[in-house]
Design a protein around this ligand. Structure first.
Ligand code: KIV
Length: 263
């Protein structure tokens, strides 16, 4: 695979070539995913749940993400690697400026932050200082206690309009990628069409510029609650490499997500 950069991702959006993204936490899976054509690897703070066994992502630390980012980068030198900034590691601009350093030095190409308006000065400051930013709107898991559970967001007209405005503001502040999680497909379409930066969906229908899944959901090894938007590709193919290849192929052809995975 040729080296994936922000310019490559931007061109993929312009050409209508869908972007496949997966969470990865170690070198072996990162290598396998990149070999099967996954362009973007996310060291998600979902690792707090799928690796560490917590109920939510809040206990994850910057050191945890840096450790796994280093491993993923070692396994996939040419992939585009995004490191999640964990809960309260970007509560203030000063915290964000300090905490991106170990993540970028561990090999990340970009950092991902959850939230809207309060983040605009942070996104601008990071971008101006050479740190590419991915926004994350909709169901932002670090706010699970504010939402009162993992619920679909942006369902009312007012909430949908507010999310469109926040997405545009994040782009204007300098964000170069946006993740939309658990929102109605119609709203994801509005946002994807309104932005020139690539938009990646998870539980946002097949209308975005790409898709992301948590690797444990794709392989059907997550315990407990299985989200409606996930699909067990290992059950379908019986072999890990084929499962990843099937995911990439279905993202590219927009076969995944189907209506049954969407809101
Ligand atoms: O932490 C994570 O894995 C994520 C994805 C679900 C987008 O943020």
């Amino acid at each position: 695979m040729a080296k994936i950069t922000t310019a490559v991702l931007q061109k993929m959006k312009q050409q209508g070539n869908k972007i496949s993204m997966l969470t990865a936490y170690d070198a072996s899976f990162a290598k396998l995913f990149a070999e099967q054509g996954v362009e973007v690897l996310l060291i998600g703070d979902s690792l707090g749940m799928v690796l560490q066994g917590h109920d939510d992502t809040l206990p994850v630390t910057v050191s945890d993400i840096a450790y796994h980012t280093r491993a993923v980068r070692a396994g996939a030198p040419d992939a585009f690697v995004i490191a999640d900034m964990p809960f309260m590691s970007y509560g203030t601009l000063e915290q964000a400026l300090q905490n991106v350093v170990p993540l970028m030095q561990a090999g990340a190409n970009m950092v991902k932050l959850e939230g809207g308006d309060f983040l605009l000065p942070t996104v601008k400051a990071l971008t101006e200082r050479g740190v590419p930013v991915c926004g994350h709107l909709g169901l932002t898991p670090q706010s699970v206690h504010v939402f009162g559970g993992y619920k679909v967001q942006g369902k009312t007209d007012a909430a949908a309009d507010a999310m469109v405005a926040q997405a545009k503001a994040l782009q204007e502040a300098g964000a170069q990628l946006l993740v939309l999680e658990c929102i109605p497909t119609a709203l994801a379409k509005r946002i994807t069409e309104a932005l020139y930066i690539p938009v990646i969906g998870i539980g946002a229908g097949n209308v975005t510029d790409g898709q992301v899944l948590v690797m444990h959901d794709l392989l059907g090894i997550s315990s407990g609650y299985i989200p409606k938007f996930s699909k067990n590709y290992l059950a379908q193919t019986g072999e890990i490499r084929s499962a990843i290849a099937a995911y990439v192929s279905e993202v590219k052809s927009r076969t995944f997500p189907a209506n049954e995975h969407s809101f």
